[in-house]
Ligand binder design. Structure first.
Ligand code: AHM
Ligand code: MG
Length: 337
């Protein structure tokens, strides 16, 4: 069988970056290794003493699960050992983790990570994921600083996610298309399974937590009703698919076509999802796959990051569907204004 492993692929693609010295390739390899370890634990989660909560609450005010902590520790350990990044920002950690070591002194990159996205699904055997985003540092040398992260999504050098699902898959971009790799457990390698992923311009799926319907802005409420209406020309009604693991919902929509919406609500006026380690990396991937990602007002990747754990509304997926949601938002915002 002619397989191409993640390792072989990133080394081949290094040629796309004439001045690269292999650091980015090594960083992607480190992420691959850590995610295999996380996948091992996720796949036996029902057996191991790893289900449930630790009893602590994280910076987001959410109850911390043992697997969240495990995944966070694995990725941090991989980045520290790899020496390719000088700082890490994680959903699970209030402040950045500056790396003060001999091997990281001259590291060019910083990495932002959501180690285990979809925490509410960990204990119930439903897909969860890891999201990562890589930037070039702004500081010149030594341990990385907060300023190194205060960049727009457009500055990302690479981004990706790993989905721990019916199979384990890594999807990433370095700004030259999107490629997906499936873990072959028999050889323990991520193998290229989805080269040059492209999403449809139009899809037939909408993904939103309709339990929050009453708290949505009018434009989103009207869009949801539009999705449910009968219309032969646009093949409506659309299907509703929402599992509560952003990586899984957005990955499915990337493959089949669709739109994922996490809007602002009256309870969370800035939305729920985090710009740095959730929305920007997912936006980079979707744009590279021919889709779009918006706050409802502007392109996600052009939002200024002012604080590490900044939240934003997110509308992401097939380009025409995102445009239609934006049209609804505009139309009903001006009517209530
Ligand atoms: P998490 O990083 O704490 O898991 O939160 C992010 C998740 C997304 O993966 C998912 O789409 C969303 O939150 C689900 O939120 P809700 O339960 O409010 O629908
Ligand atoms: Mg998350």
């Amino acid at each position: 069988m002619n397989v191409k492993t993640l390792g072989q692929f990133v080394i081949e693609k290094q040629a796309d970056f004439p001045y690269a010295k292999g650091e980015l390739s090594r960083l992607l390899r480190d992420i691959g290794i850590a995610s295999k370890i996380v996948n091992r634990e996720v796949s036996k989660a029902g057996l191991a003493e790893i289900l449930g909560e630790t009893g602590d609450t994280n910076i987001q005010g959410e109850k911390v699960k043992k697997l969240d902590v495990f995944a966070n520790e694995q990725f941090i350990a991989a980045f520290k050992a790899g020496g390719e990044v000088c700082a890490i920002a994680s959903e699970e950690t209030e402040d950045i983790i500056s790396i003060d070591s001999e091997i990281s002194k001259t590291a060019k990159y910083v990495v932002a990570i959501d180690p285990l996205d979809g925490s509410s699904n960990i204990d119930v055997n439903v897909s969860v994921g890891t999201i990562f985003s890589i930037y070039r540092r702004k500081s010149l040398s030594g341990p990385g600083t907060l300023e190194d992260f205060m960049q727009r999504g457009t500055e990302q050098v690479a981004a990706g996610y790993v989905i721990y699902g019916s199979s384990c898959m890594m999807v990433y971009t370095t700004g030259k298309g999107v490629n997906g790799f499936t873990l072959d457990p028999s050889i323990g390698e991520f193998c290229l399974s989805h080269p040059n992923m492209q999403t449809k311009k139009d899809g037939l799926v909408y993904s939103v937590n309709e339990g929050n319907y009453l708290h949505f802005p009018d434009g989103i409420k009207k869009y949801i009703k539009y999705c449910q209406e009968e219309d032969k020309a646009t093949q409506r009604p659309y299907s509703s698919r929402y599992i509560g693991s952003g990586v899984a919902d957005i990955h499915r929509n990337l493959i089949t076509g669709g739109v994922y919406i996490y809007p602002c609500t009256t309870k969370s006026p800035n939305g729920k999802l985090r710009l740095l380690y959730e929305c920007n990396p997912l936006a980079f991937i979707l744009e590279q796959a021919g889709g779009k990602a918006s706050t409802g007002e502007k392109r996600i990747m052009e939002v200024d990051l002012k604080e590490l754990h900044q939240r934003t509304p997110l509308i992401i997926g097939s380009a025409n569907m995102v445009d239609t949601v934006m049209d609804f938002i505009k139309k009903y915002a001006s009517q209530t204004a």
